[in-house]
Ligand binder design. Sequence first.
Ligand code: FE2
Length: 300
Amino acid sequence: MQNESLVNFARKHHIEGLTAPSLTALSEGEMGYSINKAKRLIKFQRRIDRELLKHRVITDNPYTTWFEQGDQSLLQIKAFIIQFSVFSNQFLIAQLNKMIHADTLECMRASKEILANEIGVRFRSARSTTDGDHLGSTDGSIEGGVFHFSAGHFEWLYHITQKLDLSFAEIGQPKHGTRATLFFCDELIRLYGGEDYQASQAASYAVENWAAAGFWGQLIRGIRRFNDRNGLELPLGFFIWHDQLESRHAEHTQEELEELYFTLELDEDRFIRLGNEMLDGVAAFWDGLDEQRRELAAVH
Ligand SMILES: [Fe+2]
C-alpha cells in the first residue's frame, strides 16, 4: 500500500500515529492485527509515554550534563572510562543470554548480530559501497561480514585508555566495577538477557529509548572539550559509532513494540513495571558515576 493510502486508512479508522508496517499489516488483515487492538495500543502508548519514558534517567541525567562541560580532571575521565569498559564487557554476557533465550530463529539472529558486531564482525551495509571508515558501518548485517580484532568495541575503548596511561589489566573486568556499575550490569543480565520473554522485551524497549535519548552526544561533546582543554587526543570512535547506531535504531524501536503488541497478549502493567526496573538499573550506573566524580573532585 502506498504511503498516502496508509495515511487515509489510519485517518478513517482513527489510528493515526502507528508506524507504517503496522498500518500495512492492519490493512492486509494479517493475523493478530485488528482495528480494536490498534486502538488499545494507541492508549497503551500514551501510558508508556507518561509512565515509562519520563523516567529521570531519560529526561534528566545530572552526570552527563556535567560531563558535557568537559571540565573533568584526568582522574575523573579515567574513572569514567574504566566503568564504561566494565559495562561494555558485561553487556556481552547479557547479549549472549538474550541470544540463548530467543524463542524464534529470527530473534536469535537479531541478538547474534549485535553480539558478533560487538566483538568485531563488521556490518556489511547495502547503503555504502566501501567498508566505511575504519570503524565500519552502523547498519546492514554481519552476514558475510569480516571479523577484525580491531573492530571489537572493547578495543576502541582500549585505545582511549592507552592515551590515559591505563594498562589493559586495569580495565574491563568486574573487579574494576563499582557497586553501582555491577548492579546495572546484573540488572541487564537479569532483565534484558533473562529467559522471561516479555521482561526482556520491556527491558529492550526501555534500554533503547534511553540510548536514543541523547547521552552519546553529550559524552562526545564532553570528550571533545576535554581534549581541547588538555591538549589530548582521546579517540572518539567508540562514542561516535554508538551515537550513529542509536540514531538508526530509534526508527526500529517503535516498530518492534507495535509488532510485539499485535502478535502476543502483552501484560501492559508488567511491561511498564519491568521497563522501569530496567531504567532504575541504568540510573544506578549514572548515579554511581556521579557520586564517584564528586569523590574524585576532592582528591588532588
Ligand atoms: Fe557497542
